[in-house]
Design a protein around this ligand. Structure first.
Ligand SMILES: *Cc1c(COP(=O)(O)O)cnc(C)c1O
Length: 366
């Protein structure tokens, strides 16, 4: 059997007729950017998250970048961010001139709140928390810390659409919640897309301007903005997918539970769930000491895996200028050498799932 890490055609097949219908309707409408489908999606997504407002943008990176800009994060401002995150979280900070201050993860792969406290200085302006792999971070603690120190709280929810912490949706804890609709994400579009959700009307209005050249009224520019809009086709297709998101989340949870129950191999460390956090399992990540051997074993049996992520941002060539060395964030670095993501996608079959479990259970040390 051949099993890829992810396959997007299965997700399309699930609601194919609905996607085809809306896509044709939009193509025939003659309205392709900033039309009625964007507004419909924004309203539905805001209510799904439990936020007042939603601003559709071009990508998850733009959602983060525009958010920090709207909060006036400027040159020299420190922003606290997990050391073990996707590089986009860090790019959003440095693109605004900010300085990323990295914090090591806890056993759930999210920001360690004890270390977070120690990282705050008088230059700290914001905390950018990431809900990695679909599981919410320790938000009750993090939001208290943000409040106590008068810091902005931004949530990177690119992997956590629909995930809750203590019954509250990720994205509605902070001042701004940032989402990616990149095709592989939990709520994936058929191209690039992203969104920001918020409570505050002033931030909402400012973000709407920033995403559209700085104007609310055509050709009247209040600030120097960007072009970062979510187009009609993506908005329409996302509205269809959003209407099925509970089903998709339940399916992913079933796959994850099956892995958790089925994988019985002492060499494979399974992910832990924090009490009160309902993960949406964007990725199913395990830890293995000899990752190369494990990956080769799965590959030999036709199973593809991924590594999210092999090089932490502080050790990338891109961020060499920050001056970090190997050993600066040992927990993150050790994880980067051990983690491996198993196949998990919408429309995965039970026989595919069972096959992966069986091959993993047959893995031995060589
Ligand atoms: C995917 C992702 C992003 C960036 O989203 P894009 O839409 O690809 O720009 C940001 N942060 C995290 C944690 C992500 O997984």
């Amino acid at each position: 059997m051949k099993i890829p890490l992810t396959r997007l055609d299965r997700g399309y097949e699930k609601f194919k007729e609905e996607y085809n219908t809306i896509a044709l309707k939009i193509l025939e409408s003659g309205s392709y950017v900033m039309g009625s489908h964007l507004k419909i999606f924004e309203d539905k997504f805001a209510s799904f998250i439990g936020a007042n407002h939603c601003i559709g943008v071009n990508s998850g990176l733009d959602a983060l970048k525009l958010s920090l800009r709207a909060l006036d994060i400027n040159a020299g401002d420190e922003v606290i961010v997990p050391a073990n995150t996707f590089i986009a979280s860090v790019i959003a900070i440095t693109e605004n001139g900010g300085i990323p201050v990295f914090v090591e993860p806890d056993v759930y792969y999210n920001m360690d709140t004890d270390l977070l406290n120690e990282s705050i200085t008088e230059r700290t302006k914001a905390i950018l928390v990431v809900h990695l792999y679909g599981q919410g971070a320790n938000m009750s603690k993090i939001s208290k810390i943000a409040e106590a120190h008068d810091l902005w709280l931004i949530e990177d929810c690119a992997q956590s659409h629909g995930a809750k912490v203590d019954d509250i949706m990720t994205g509605s804890w902070g001042d701004l919640g940032c989402f990616s609709f990149y095709p592989t994400k939990g709520l994936g579009a058929f191209g690039d897309g992203g969104a920001i959700v918020c409570e505050d009307m002033t931030l909402y209005k400012k973000l709407k301007k920033i995403r559209n050249y700085g104007s609310e009224k055509k050709y009247f520019y209040d600030l120097v903005g960007l072009n970062s809009r979510l187009d009609e086709l993506q908005a329409g297709l996302l509205t269809v997918k959003l209407s099925h998101i509970e089903t998709l989340i339940q399916e992913r949870r079933y796959f994850a539970e099956s892995y958790l129950k089925g994988i019985k191999n002492q060499l494979v460390k399974l992910p832990k769930q924090r009490p009160g956090c309902e993960s949406v399992w964007h990725l199913f990540v395990v830890e293995v000491e000899d990752r190369n051997a494990f990956q080769s074993h799965l590959d030999f049996w036709g199973i593809k895996t991924g590594i999210h992520y092999p090089i932490p941002p502080h050790l990338t060539k891109a961020y060499a200028y920050l001056g970090y060395d190997k050993g600066d964030f040992p927990i993150t670095e050790r994880l980067a050498d051990r983690i491996i993501s198993l196949p998990l996608y919408d429309g995965m079959t039970l026989s595919e799932l069972d096959y992966v479990i069986q091959v993993i259970n047959e893995y031995k040390e060589s």
